[in-house]
Design a protein around this ligand. Sequence first.
Ligand SMILES: NC(=O)c1ccc[n+]([C@@H]2O[C@H](COP(=O)([O-])OP(=O)(O)OC[C@H]3O[C@@H](n4cnc5c(N)ncnc54)[C@H](OP(=O)(O)O)[C@@H]3O)[C@@H](O)[C@H]2O)c1
Length: 297
Amino acid sequence: MPTARLLPGTPVAEHILTDVAAGVTALHATGTTPGLATILVGDDDASAGYIRIKQRQATELGFTSPHVHLPATATQADLHHAIADFNTAPDVHGLLIQHPIPAHLDYDRALQTMDPDLDVDGMHPLNMGRLALGLPGPLPCTPAGIEALLAFHDIPVAGRDVVILGRGATLGRPLALLLTQKRPTANAAVTVVHTGVPDWATHTRRADILIAAAGVPGIIRPEHVRPGAVVIGGGVRYAGRRLLPDVDESCADVAGAITPRVGGVGPTTVAMLFRNALDAARRATGHQSPAEQRNAQ
Ligand SMILES: NC(=O)c1ccc[n+]([C@@H]2O[C@H](COP(=O)([O-])OP(=O)(O)OC[C@H]3O[C@@H](n4cnc5c(N)ncnc54)[C@H](OP(=O)(O)O)[C@@H]3O)[C@@H](O)[C@H]2O)c1
């Protein structure tokens, strides 16, 4: 019988997007319309669908959303040209390359040609460096979404024992950097475990907050969870359209609070993309975000 309190991500995303919409309106009043550009390469239906949703949402929030669609036969140079054009477009403040891109192209190399200030995914090496140093810049969306989800649901993080399963570049590693920052919604004692730690369960079993970031379906089972702990499911794998989460559903019998199987971390990730785009436009036009204003005081 599941006893855990559910921690849905949808109200968190709605809260973030309401805030973003207000921020965009405030920018409009100063004469700036923030621009979030997108690049799609190839004919993958799912990717085209994701881009359409993001463009629609961008428009609803008050961003312009210039878009370039390159054919599946595009070369690495074609992709770099498209990025270079957006890098210098005065009305573009954020840029998203929908991934995955076709296998003959190198995403990491392409990302490195992007102006890091436009990188709304927060994955450019310079932005990872900014994150490590605590400097302002776009934050990786899923880690930032998880921090926002914990804060929204009033889960205390500061001073608590957080264990992350997975040290990947998208999730586990940047999340550890984020949750160890000296801020009220972070400031945790973070342990990161991975395949190099065969007895990782001894760590997860003492965690106040356990975050799954492995991408191994069902890897987190009730015996890996301290009774009453908070469990956040970040890692997922897809089998076709079926979502296979890292956290086995039966963990809800042991955890004190847990993200739902669907509608947990995912919606917060997308919301953070728009938060990054707004913050990028604010920085480019000399307007600080409220968080940066507070930090500067
Ligand atoms: N919900 C969302 O919106 C969202 C967004 C982005 C990503 N994700 C998901 O987050 C997950 C992580 O992505 P990523 O790119 O950061 O990670 P990644 O590069 O795929 O790395 C996975 C990590 O998990 C560890 N791991 C895998 N199997 C393990 C095992 N059996 N025991 C212990 N550790 C194990 C790996 O250890 P080693 O380093 O030792 O190999 C690695 O550190 C993926 O499932 C991805 O789909 C979700």
